[in-house]
Ligand binder design. Structure first.
Ligand code: DQA
Length: 148
């Protein structure tokens, strides 16, 4: 079964509590359950993780390359400034693996610092503004790309 890691960056462990009007009322456990179920339906072996630590998130990119694992990633605030994570994400797509960037909100319609993503240029695709459903679309995209 094809492996996919769903990586969530800083403060996404606070889903459900943090700005529910922006990110919704469901928590990370619900997102984990959704992604695992969607993955199973698509024939994907999905692992969901979250960290506030940039080094740990970068380490998951290295592991994805080494273990030939596709990536769905919400880089959260790292999106806007982490060149270290952008370089690590680039290694994933350079290895021929899909990496779909997901945002629950539509960052372009929010604060000006959110308008720029350092991850988008190296991602296979970016999905924004669709809530948790964006992760489902991202998993479908991975399944489609791996099939093609
Ligand atoms: C986010 C958008 C980012 O700007 C923000 O820093 C987040 C979440 C989103 O899912 O909409 O933490 O990535």
């Amino acid at each position: 079964m094809n492996k996919v890691v769903v990586v969530n960056g800083p403060n996404l462990g606070r889903l459900g509590v943090r700005e529910p009007e922006v990110y919704g009322s469901q928590d990370l456990a619900a997102l984990t359950e959704d992604c695992t179920r969607w993955g199973r339906d698509l024939g994907l072996d999905v692992r969901v993780c979250q960290s506030d630590d940039e080094a740990e998130v970068i380490g998951w990119m290295h592991r994805a390359v080494d273990e030939h694992t596709s990536v769905v990633m919400n880089p959260a605030a790292f999106t806007h400034y982490s060149y270290g994570l952008a370089d690590a994400a680039h290694m994933v797509t350079d290895a021929g693996l899909p990496l779909i960037e997901v945002h629950i909100s539509n960052p372009s319609s929010r604060d000006s610092f959110r308008k720029h993503s350092v991850i988008s240029p190296v991602a296979t695709s970016t999905i924004t503004g669709l809530g948790f459903f964006g992760y489902r679309l991202a998993l479908e995209a991975v399944a489609h790309l791996l099939d093609a």
